[in-house]
Design a binder for this molecule. Structure first.
Ligand SMILES: NC(=O)c1ccc[n+]([C@@H]2O[C@H](COP(=O)([O-])OP(=O)(O)OC[C@H]3O[C@@H](n4cnc5c(N)ncnc54)[C@H](OP(=O)(O)O)[C@@H]3O)[C@@H](O)[C@H]2O)c1
Length: 273
């Protein structure tokens, strides 16, 4: 990869740029960003900045990354359209379908080289997970370029069907919010049994980190790991009985379904634009 162009120089573009520049120090990075202060900051990092879409920004780019908020994606595509000559497009915008992006770019969606991805907020610290969908007809070299780009912010999982991007959104895109909700609840619980803020934070975050690392390192399923710390009639069993009785597992399953269905609804609404 020699050159990449970002449309939008916000949080996600910055996260990707810092990862990419670490991995590929000679990569030529261009960013189209209308906000002057953001341009100044990017220019100070050695990125070539453009106030608006132009041929110079996209010419020879291995990929053009759509990294604007979904509300302005259509307008950003319209501005980009006259300057494109069939470059690979990688969208990180939530909700917008490939067919819509192709239409806004004035490209035939069958022939257009468009990859749709869904990263999540830990991307901002290089620990994200991205769901990636590439149409079957797309060349493997394009899929490899898009995958390498998204790896700048963490791991990548490829899905075989565009509708599965709504499922990715529901599991890992919105997932950090579910985890933050769990952390909030555990902090309240720790304070409820007598810890101050600082100790509650240490205990809860270290538990989450340690248990996650153990689940990742172990060949056992989470169910087996859970059973191992749950002796009959013991303290963990008392806690899990409450969690099961309150239907926490079912609530999470329903929550992920609701997020997936909402994603599909929002995508369908943007198709009408
Ligand atoms: N943050 C995440 O973890 C995350 C996760 C999953 C998906 N995403 C998706 O990633 C995309 C980017 O998110 P973000 O958090 O990086 O947003 P952001 O920080 O708001 O960045 C968007 C940037 O695009 C610029 N922009 C606005 N209109 C433009 C135009 N017409 N042409 C070029 N640039 C334009 C904005 O400039 P101004 O400041 O001047 O408006 C802003 O700097 C969104 O679609 C979001 O849904 C983000």
């Amino acid at each position: 990869m020699n050159k990449v162009c970002f449309v939008g120089g916000g949080n996600m573009a910055n996260a990707m740029l810092s990862g990419l520049r670490r991995q590929l120090p000679t990569l030529s990075c261009h960013v189209i960003e209308p906000f002057a202060l953001a341009r100044e900051r990017l220019a100070s990092l050695g990125v070539t900045v453009h106030e608006s879409a132009c041929r110079e920004a996209v010419q020879g780019a291995d990929a053009v990354v759509l990294a604007v908020k979904p509300q302005v994606l259509r307008e950003a595509c319209a501005a980009l359209r006259p300057h494109l000559t069939g470059e690979l497009i990688v969208s990180i915008a939530a909700g917008a379908r490939i067919a819509s992006i192709a239409r806004w770019l004035g490209a035939d969606s069958g022939a257009a080289r468009i990859v749709r991805t869904m990263p999540n907020t830990p991307a901002l610290i290089g620990q994200g997970i991205t769901g990636l969908y590439a149409p079957e007809a797309l060349a493997e070299a394009d899929v490899a370029t898009a995958t390498a780009l998204m790896r700048s912010t963490g791991a990548v999982v490829r899905v075989a069907d565009e509708a599965m991007i709504d499922a990715v959104t529901a599991v890992s895109g919105s997932g950090p919010a579910y985890v933050f909700h769990w952390i909030e609840s555990m902090l309240a619980a720790a304070k409820g049994v007598g810890f101050d803020d600082a100790d509650a934070r240490t205990l809860v975050l270290a538990t989450l980190k340690g248990a996650t690392a153990l689940a990742e390192a172990s060949d056992e399923t989470p169910a087996v790991l859970r059973e191992r710390v749950t002796s009959k009639g013991g303290t963990t069993a008392a806690a899990l009985a409450v969690i099961e009785a309150r239907g926490v597992r079912e609530a999470l399953i329903d929550a992920v379904r609701a997020a997936r269905d909402r994603g599909a609804e929002l995508g369908a609404a943007s198709d009408g634009d």
